[in-house]
Design a protein around this ligand. Structure first.
Ligand code: URA
Length: 428
């Protein structure tokens, strides 16, 4: 077959700051997926995008071409509104666990196709796999049946969704081009749009423990993704949230599930409850239920009923005891005062070193590993009072975890200024 464009012309156009015509951009992604455009050429194109950016139209076309590289799901026959949430990831971010059943308890379908963790932010599937018997893999038929019967599904995204993104992401990872906002936005949104949800709420985090450290860049990413969602027919809003401090009191896998269940039982740490309820309100409003009261569904057990049904439908035993660590090590306050700071990145790296996360995609995670916090910034503590407990299956992991925590927390005289968790909201 004669190819209608030349990759070098497309690279040159972007290198020189021009706008790539729609047909050429669609061809570039398709030819790369087919293996005709070489990895070296696609890497050069990604660098040109990082340096020169993309117009809103180019981002839309690029996303659409990545969606067209694979399967596109549809929930049209379901008879329920669908709404999903995506978080850019953070330390202690277990919000998906209570959020999906909470929103589904209002009759809305929540198809949450998730991934595994890599690096210091955990993956939702890794957390749920600490529940005895629970299975992440699901056929499309089983997914539809569970959405119809239970309303909420958290499962592994199939390899068929946006395969072009998978190939491009692997190149970006090794060519210093992960940080380009048009590429991040098209990567995240191609998978979410291909998944077939009608509406989407984004939780875009900034701070030390987030993928975006800088709040202004997080805002630009959120705005780009909201525009992209709307341009592609998916009603989309974004919350900008803080990730300088870990969310909640549990960082790990099994302990994060335990905390999610506390929230579903009407308790749990205030920050986890606040973010769960705020995101649920956004999702329910997009699904046409602006007056729904998610806090009431946490209090009266409706969300818990849906959680139990969701876990059981995927083979899990919601009553099974969670795995406990073989070893623990508790760090206490060296003096009386107020916890001034707990740095999300330091705690995330420490939990990862304890075995809660993985360095390579094929590594297993230790489900019981992680950190339980006993105090948060702003809490007053006495000398010798426990601050946090490290959990591991092997005590030899404590030393490197403690190294990561050396400058990650402080007890001081003065309470820190209170910080808002939700920093902003972006809608079309
Ligand atoms: N997550 C993704 O899926 N893609 C990116 O580019 C960055 C984060």
């Amino acid at each position: 077959m004669t190819e209608p464009f030349d990759a070098v012309d497309v690279i040159r156009a972007k290198r020189d700051g021009g706008e790539v015509p729609e047909a050429a951009l669609r061809w570039m992604i398709d030819a790369f997926t087919r293996g005709y455009v070489a990895d070296a050429q696609m890497s050069a194109f990604a660098m040109a995008v990082l340096l020169n950016g993309m117009t809103r139209d180019e981002i839309r076309v690029m996303t659409d071409a990545m969606i067209a590289s694979g399967e596109r799901m549809s929930f049209a026959g379901l008879g329920r509104r669908t709404v999903d949430k995506h978080s850019t990831g953070g330390v202690g971010d277990k919000i998906t666990l209570p959020l999906a059943p909470l929103v589904a308890s209002f009759g809305v379908a929540v198809p949450q196709l998730s991934g595994r963790g890599l690096g210091h932010t955990g993956g939702t599937l890794d957390k749920l796999e600490s529940i005895a018997g629970w299975r992440a893999a699901m056929s499309n038929d089983a997914l539809m049946a569970q959405l119809r019967e239970v309303g909420a599904v958290i499962c592994a995204a199939g390899a068929g969704l946006a395969p072009a993104d998978k190939r491009l992401y692997a190149l970006r990872d090794v060519t210093g081009t992960v940080e380009a906002i048009p590429l991040i936005a098209s990567s995240i949104m191609s998978k979410k749009i291909a998944e077939g949800t009608e509406a989407l709420v984004l939780d875009v985090k900034s701070g030390s423990g987030a993928f975006m450290k800088d709040p202004e860049r997080a805002r630009e990413l959120a705005r780009t993704m909201v525009e992209l969602g709307e341009d592609s027919g998916v009603r989309t809003t974004a919350l900008l949230t803080d990730m300088d401090t870990p969310l909640g009191l549990a960082i790990g896998n099994a302990n994060e599930v335990r905390e999610a269940v506390e929230v579903l039982a009407g308790g749990g740490p205030a920050d986890v409850v606040e973010l769960t309820v705020t995101l649920a309100r956004e999702m329910l409003a997009l699904a046409g239920l602006p007056d729904a009261d998610p806090a009431a569904a946490l209090r009266d057990g409706r969300a818990m009923d849906t959680w139990r049904a969701m876990i059981a439908a995927q083979g899990g035993d919601p009553e099974a005891p969670m795995p406990a660590p073989r070893e623990t090590h508790t760090v206490t306050a060296p003096r009386a005062g107020v916890v001034e700071r707990m740095d999300a990145l330091g705690f995330g790296v420490a939990a990862w070193r304890l075995g809660a996360g993985r360095a390579r995609a094929e590594d297993p995670v230790a489900h019981a590993a992680g950190i339980d916090l006993h105090a948060k910034p702003g809490d007053r503590v006495a000398a010798g009072q426990p601050l946090f407990t490290l959990r591991a299956d092997d005590a030899s992991r404590f030393e490197r975890a403690l190294d990561a925590l050396r400058d990650a927390w402080q007890v001081a005289d003065e309470a820190p200024d209170p910080r808002p968790l939700v920093l902003g909201r972006i809608a079309a």
